[in-house]
Design a protein around this ligand. Structure first.
Ligand code: URA
Length: 235
């Protein structure tokens, strides 16, 4: 891809601005030598303003989402995109969420511009488990684990029963819940159906991928080993 188009697609600015950036010598090789618009340098060998270029098309980003941020491109209030460099909001192809988290849910959220990978992750065939840590308003009554595992639980307004889900009770009011699908407000609705109320919800794991080493509000680019972990076993 031509350098001007590459930089514009990464969100550094318009094509006109990128032509000017190249003319002004802001785009260089690793030794700081300005490069030309027809340069054939590899993506990883190019610097913009002395910084390595943002990740190329086909990347996956993991964010440890804090409370109060919305998974949306344009809602009012704080958006998860506010936690990434501003350029990431205007990249082409666009970064999409791989399944959303509610504004009041924290934890593991992925973004990618790789449509094929996105569909692989959310496809029922891949059965990528999602592990949630849950805090509840009231003690559980004891029947929740069987109800969630039954494969027969129907939520209001849904047209098919939920897939069996595994509940690990940690205390009267805390649990880990593993889901094999992703319906709207699923965890909150499941507990609401048992007469309880979720007060804290955190996604800790997606397949075999965890938030290890990524603090709340921080993000990292996933390498191929991390991406493979999504399709590996849940702990
Ligand atoms: N279930 C919910 O209720 N909310 C989320 O954000 C994710 C799963």
């Amino acid at each position: 891809m031509r350098l001007v188009k590459l930089l514009a697609n990464l969100g550094y600015g318009s094509r006109k601005e990128m032509q000017a950036a190249i003319r002004n010598g802001w785009v260089t090789d690793k030794d700081g030598n300005p490069i030309k618009a027809d340069s054939k340098l590899a993506h990883e060998d190019i610097l913009f303003d002395d910084e390595p270029l943002d990740p190329p098309e086909g990347s996956v980003i993991l964010l440890n989402k804090p409370l109060g941020y919305t998974c949306s491109m344009k809602d009012r209030g704080r958006l998860v995109f506010d936690l990434l460099p501003a350029r990431y909001r205007v990249r082409k192809p666009a970064l999409s969420f791989v399944g959303r988290l509610d504004k009041d849910t924290t934890g593991l959220l992925l973004f990618t511009d790789d449509g094929k990978l996105l569909h692989q992750i959310i496809s029922p065939k891949a059965d990528v488990a999602k592990v949630y840590e849950v805090e509840l308003d009231r003690p559980m009554t004891g029947g929740e684990a069987d109800q969630f595992a039954s494969g027969e639980m129907m939520l209001e307004n849904d047209t098919s029963p939920l897939k069996p889900a595994e509940l690990e009770v940690l205390s009267e009011t805390t649990a880990r819940l593993t889901l094999h699908e992703g319906r709207y407000h699923q965890v909150r609705r499941m507990f609401a159906a048992t007469g309880n109320h979720v007060t804290k919800l955190h996604r800790a794991q997606l397949g075999g991928l965890t938030l290890d080493g990524v603090e709340e509000g921080q993000w990292k680019l996933l390498g191929t080993a991390d991406i493979d972990r999504i399709f590996g076993d849940s702990a």
